[in-house]
Design a protein around this ligand. Sequence first.
Ligand SMILES: [Zn+2]
Length: 335
Amino acid sequence: MKLLLIGLDGVRADLALPELVAADPAFAAPDHPGDPRFSAPGGPGAAFGTPPATPVAPTLARLAAGGRLVPVWMTPPTDSGPGWASLLTGTTHEQNGVWWNEFVGHRLARCPDLLSQVFAADPRARTFAASTWPALVDASGPGPVVHQRPDQQVGGQHQLFAGTDVSDGCRSADRQVTTRAAWVLNHEGPDAAFVHLEGVDEAGHRAGAASAGYLAAISAVDEHVRHLVKAVAERFEQLGEDWLVAVTTDHGHRAEGGHGEDEVLVRRSFLLLHRLGGPLPAPLAALTSLRSEQVTPALLAAVGVRPASLETDHEVGVVRDVAPVGPTRDLRYEW
Ligand SMILES: [Zn+2]
């Protein structure tokens, strides 16, 4: 099974998919407390905002209708750097050392992203990542979270793309990333792919989650998601490829804008799962709730990859001592 993970930065699930979120009690409150250092001054705040008058994310709703929506709870700080580092590597802030968007003190070299873990499991695997935020894929700035693996880039086995067209802010960069990603997905069908779009986060910072612009931004990336799903759906339809499509976010936004601290509306994320080619694998169908660092292990297990471990609990690299016994003096072994 191939994997397409779409990361939509800063999307409030209670506004994008209000009925589904309201129907699942696991979406009501975080499943674990946040570090007191990152507490919001006014407390965790309300659990839900006012639902939009009309649905804003028809593609996400269609994916959920044929799949499922799993609650995910982020651990503050809810900046994008720590959020994506945790979501994409399957590690906590303490493990990966990413606490802010500056990535000071990060240990990402020891925390391979999910694409690199797919490659480690099968060195023939082809991987692709595209992002509107350079810190996820571009080695010229902070991070990046997704490993470069230049050896695999030489032959196109690993492809990275960072949106550069900011003539219309993240909206134009999102269009650029989607265009490139849809082409690669459709024509090359990488074994594992990650596509990140940032337009919703930009709108949240500009006008807040209670604004019409924020809802319009969700609709815009929802249409981008449709293009990406269409790209792999055509491969399923015409080639029979089995695809797991997943969508997630790194944090919400306060009504007035900003990631905030440990507010419920900010900490709430989701993992939207949809399979083209059959029912969801049983472990995914059985999920009730996840923390951010559990997303990558769940996705890797679904596509048959054993997650990387910082412990030596696998065969690779285990030193085996062979007791030396000296030469046999048997002439059959003398050459
Ligand atoms: Zn973010």
